[in-house]
Design a protein around this ligand. Structure first.
Ligand SMILES: NC(=O)c1ccc[n+]([C@@H]2O[C@H](COP(=O)([O-])OP(=O)(O)OC[C@H]3O[C@@H](n4cnc5c(N)ncnc54)[C@H](O)[C@@H]3O)[C@@H](O)[C@H]2O)c1
Length: 249
């Protein structure tokens, strides 16, 4: 129960990596603010946490809506208590199109969801963390944001921005005891990928991965939980990439 007494706010916790992280943090004693733009998805996560004996509540907004998200964070602090851990996880899939076919809409949607969402959720928790003398922020970037993927211009841009903000914030906030790290998942089996890709693609892509399989939401949650825990107290500004050896940099 190493997170007993801690409050964690997780964006996009209604599915995939966010849900697995919410379940893990709650199982280890955290009170979890399950945030998502989908109320039914967030409720499912909260019910799963409650069924396992944990404490969680639902908070809804679109992360690209700054006022709504900052108000969801304020509400979570009233209901569950001051936020000790923020996981900026909400995200949408890549557009899978060539550079020539990228539209302004695609760019704005990816940047608004990933970069803007991460920036302004973080802005909402930092003053309280400064006052209390510390906190942990874990951002979800992507292998796309660190090594780049073809046909993923807007996703690369947004996830690269998250990796860069992570490093800058780590330097800016270290003196306040606020540690900021990111994970850069490799290919991971979640609704984001299973809803879009044919089953054969998973088998083909696994051939490129030294560990010969895709990651799971639980593989990613394990690393996020480590970065939220005291076990990573000497790490800040790191972008850790659970990717089965696909990219070793
Ligand atoms: N699955 C992968 O292969 C993979 C690889 C690298 C990085 N990631 C990143 O991991 C994170 C989680 O993805 P996942 O694979 O678990 O996907 P997912 O689709 O299973 O879950 C994403 C969740 O985020 C929520 N969400 C999306 N846009 C939102 C918004 N604007 N406001 C609030 N909530 C929003 C969705 O409703 C959903 O519940 C994302 O940031 C994604 O980019 C995923």
């Amino acid at each position: 129960m190493r997170f007993a007494g801690k409050v964690a706010f997780i964006t996009g916790a209604g599915s995939g990596i966010g849900r697995a992280t919410a379940l893990r943090l709650a199982a280890e004693g955290a009170k979890v603010a399950v945030h998502d733009r989908s109320e039914s998805a967030a409720r499912d996560t909260v019910e799963a946490i409650a069924a396992a004996g944990g404490v969680a509540d639902v908070f809804i907004s679109d992360v690209s809506d700054v006022a709504a998200t900052q108000s969801a964070i304020a509400k979570a602090e009233q209901v569950l208590g001051p936020i000790d851990i923020l996981v900026n996880n909400a995200g949408i899939t890549s557009d899978f199109c060539s550079l020539e076919d990228v539209t302004e809409d695609m760019f704005e949607k990816s940047i608004m969801t990933h970069a803007k969402g991460t920036l302004f959720a973080t802005q909402a928790v930092v003053p309280g963390m400064k006052t209390r003398g510390g906190g942990k922020i874990v951002n979800v970037s992507s292998i796309s944001g660190t090594v780049g993927n073809p046909m993923a211009t807007t996703y690369n841009a947004a996830k690269g921005a998250i990796a860069a903000m992570t490093k800058g914030w780590a330097k800016e906030l270290a003196k306040h005891g606020i540690l900021v790290n990111a994970i850069a998942p490799g290919p991971t089996i979640t609704p984001m990928t299973t809803n879009r890709l044919a089953p054969e693609y998973f088998t083909e892509r696994a051939k490129d991965i030294p560990l010969a399989r895709w990651g799971t939401a639980e593989d990613m949650a394990g690393v996020i939980v480590f970065l939220a825990s005291p076990d990573s107290d000497y790490m800040t500004g790191q972008v850790v990439s659970p990717n089965g050896g696909l990219a070793i940099t």
